[in-house]
Design a binder for this molecule. Structure first.
Ligand code: DHB
Ligand code: FE
Length: 282
């Protein structure tokens, strides 16, 4: 049986892609941010997951505004990164697992999450920056990955509550896969940021820290928040935090915190990292 062995979160800021390409990890601006990933990288190196389900939003590389699915699942054996205009060098293709993806699609759709299935998918910084943050030290990608895209760009958007339920359905889907596989679920994006308009540049550290705490200890609190409220507090792009709720829903009601890190600002964003597992004592 496949098993979810952990839930990770990370921001997916494109400037981080540039910093990794330029090997700026020890630079004073970046050091504390990158140091926040070392414990997670160590853990991943120890547990060696077979597969990562990466919950991210496409920012216009694969889906443009004319066609945006609310939820889309990659169902391919490889995913290609491409130039999306941020100056980040394109990364090597990431291996997928089409057979596992189709199993997830069937199970999720049976559980009333009607995923768009994508047999070809270009993956942008929302997916590649997390892949690089966790695994760039390997010569070849050491995990397979499955992109799960959530629309956080073109309104109307889904909600934190719905993302949490999707995570719970995702857990059932993973656990009904007959092959033994170690799976991690990665929620990407957030925390607070707004990239355009009069409030461009806002970051709300208190709200970010509260979200981190609530996602760990009381995810139901997040499910009660409206998108308008989240965007008022965290900025229009801060709504990406709802994708962390897919990760949280995929874990047990109680979790152990193996690692927690926050740093603001990085580029325009409050950047958070989490490593959670099902609590040893439930
Ligand atoms: C930034 C953050 C994002 O999540 C994104 O998609 C683009 C830019 C930023 O902080 O610069
Ligand atoms: Fe983003």
């Amino acid at each position: 049986m496949a098993k979810i062995i952990g839930g990770l979160t990370t921001s997916h800021i494109p400037a981080v892609g540039n910093a990794m390409a330029g090997k700026l990890e020890q630079d004073p601006y970046w050091k504390r941010f990158f140091d926040g990933y070392e414990p997670v990288k160590q853990w991943l190196d120890e547990v060696k997951p077979d597969l990562a389900i990466i919950v991210y939003n496409d920012h216009g590389l694969n889906f443009f505004l004319d066609k945006v699915p609310t939820f889309a699942l990659g169902c391919a054996d490889r995913y290609q990164n491409a130039d999306e205009g941020w100056g980040i060098p394109a990364s090597a293709d990431v291996p997928g697992d089409a057979q596992f993806s189709w199993h997830l699609a069937e199970s999720l759709i049976r559980q009333e999450f009607d995923m768009t299935t994508c047999q070809e998918m270009l993956v942008d910084h929302g997916f590649m920056v997390p892949m690089n943050l966790f695994w760039r030290q390997y010569e070849q990608w050491p995990v397979k990955a499955i992109p799960l895209a959530v629309n956080t760009v073109q309104h109307p958007l889904t909600s934190a509550a719905r993302c949490y339920k999707l995570g719970k359905a995702l857990r059932k889907a993973v656990e009904s896969y007959p092959e033994d596989m170690k799976v991690v679920v990665i929620g990407t994006g957030g925390l607070s940021h707004q990239l355009q308009g009069e409030r461009a540049g806002i970051i709300d550290v208190d709200f970010d820290l509260k979200c981190i705490d609530k996602i760990i200890n009381e995810p139901e609190w997040m499910t009660g928040l409206s998108n308008d409220y989240i965007m008022e507090k965290a900025g229009t792009e801060g709504i990406e935090v709802i994708m962390w709720m897919v990760m949280r829903g995929a874990l047990a009601d109680k979790v152990d915190v193996l690692h927690k890190h926050y740093h603001a600002p990085i580029s325009n964003t409050g950047a958070g990292v989490l490593l959670l597992t099902d609590a040893a004592a439930q």
